[in-house]
Design a protein. Sequence first.
Length: 435
Amino acid sequence: MTLKQLVTPVTWHTWLEPLRIEDTEDGVVIVTAPNDFHVRWIRDKHLETIEQAVEASYGEAFDIRLEAQPRSPEDLDVAEDEFATGEHDMRDLPGFPNEAPKYSFENFVVGASNRFAWAAAMAVCEQPGTHYNPLFIYGDAGLGKTHLLKAVAHQVSVLDSRRTVRYVTSEEFFNDFIDGIRRKRMDQFKHTYRTTDVLLIDDVQFFMGKEQILEEFFHTFNSLYDAGKQMVITSDRHPRNSTLPDRLRSRFEWGLLTDIHPPDVETRLAILRTNAAFAPTEIPESVLEFIAGQVSDNIRELEGALTRITAYAALHAENITLDMAQDVLQDLAPRTQPRMLTAEEIIHETAAACDVTPAEVVGSSRRRDYVRGRQIAMYLCRDLTDLSLPKIGAKFGGRDHTTVMHALDRVKKLMASDKEVFDQVTALSQKLRET
């Protein structure tokens, strides 16, 4: 019996048909898959089936060695470009985002702190609406919850492009709801959300205390659940520790609840290595180990530290060394009593450094010095606080999260090309951390 006959047509076309037997040596069959994510999925889900088919074909048992196919230089160039652009708007296309590979399962680093959540998210992709519905992922900010949501959106669309997939933050759901009321288009709002095959809601804790939106979300949840549609929800806390209504908390517990913890040092190193692979210059292992030892509980801060080092190296045309990293990142020294910064503090300090007023930073003027201060303040809010993109936008005069994303990209690029901007951002970051 062939491998194709042992599995369903969907499993064959999605997972097994892309595999290639490269070689057989010393009782080992070498099988290659398109990427690392594909390798992990095959190893977890279909390895026994492959072993059975190989034994039937060769007349004897072989060990299977799974490997990812090597990436071409063209693929690496594309990946580097995508890494440089930062976050992407998940709502560029109707129903499904134009997702960057940075937020795929392939680039999600798995460790002891997030393994169960990762496995549950992958299971959801294979059979939406049947495994773990709803899937509720909770944990502190900056630990990868949004990455998992976007990876689910990307992978479900890859597996079945006919499915309607919608990723929204809770703020976006709320804004769509308000817009539906204001424009008298609630029927359109309900149709949009209640006919979605896979709905992914980020930071559901934002709904707490908002009675109207809670009522609407309750009915949306019921409609999707009764229709067998998949929901994946994230929050910064367990439902029982929230002030959400009991009837909604109990529904979240109908499916699977799983948390994500701060990564251990091995996982932090793996995350840094993954990001360093896309960096424009080689980063020594000693530098990655230094960063992993300085930042313990926030993946955003890990990535921000790496950005600062590569930007400094590009500005000064220097190779990255441990001494350089220690100098550039001296403000990352662990503190015994860290203090949570506010957006208002960051805006005030940035305004003073840019010789403008806080009102001008958050205002609507497009004057060059105001815009520069505004973008730097947004970048520092993302780097130094737990605020989501929509919440940062709200602190800057109610701007859309896409405006914040543009500011982050702009500042990252300027830091790598403009020494004055790099020095200004670094000085502000150090001053704010020390206050």
